[in-house]
Design a protein around this ligand. Sequence first.
Ligand code: ZN
Length: 261
Amino acid sequence: MIQPPIDLSRARELLAQAPRIAVLTGAGISKPSGIPTFRDAPGPQANVKPITAMNMTLFRADPPAAWATHWPRVLAMRAAQPNGAHHLLSRLEAQIDARAVAHPETRDAYEFTLVTQNIDGLHQRAGTRQVIELHGTAHKAQCTNKTCKVSFELDVSLAPAVPLCPLCGTAGRPGVVWFGEQLHPVRARLAKSAFLYAHVALIIGTSAQVYPAAGYAQEARAWGTTLIEINPEETDLTRLCHLSLRVSAEEGLRALMDVTR
Ligand SMILES: [Zn+2]
């Protein structure tokens, strides 16, 4: 069954009542925080090569060179601050938590899941707790010893050196998913089920062309999830969404959450 499109006031109602909300965010939400999007390069930070230019073969050939490319990105993300849109999503999560507390008998029915394609960690810094980082995080490294594989926090005071695993001393690799690599299977499964079981899903600042995010919207819609897009530009997902707000992430969230300041 194809659900008809909805208007802003209906979207507000749904968002204010929905027990289960899933959110997908992409580069667009972090742009006001100064994190360059892949498409923007080359720009003011043209010296920071896009992360997708790296792969495991290149990394193994020259780990110090790979880290020399990666560290400036890590440091830029550490220096960046969450913006209004990140804070509004954190507030939305708190609202769902409050609804769950107000309805103890059906507490388990409430769930907020934020799935992000971003590696900048800004959602967590804004206070959101349920975050699935589909593409990993710039703030961690992963041990390249296959019998260890431990993930560890980066110590920025060590830049630009190759970080070594605290357990076995092997070189770490950036904790992000490189082009052509598989997503973490558990993260991908959790992200998908959050979308399928959500009453309302927000798709913010991403054209979701990256697999598998595009598939979430399609399947979620078939499962009855109301899809709301916030993006200044039309995307391939626009036609699938019940409502598409052609504004910035912060403006769109303010409108949907009825927040004036
Ligand atoms: Zn190790």
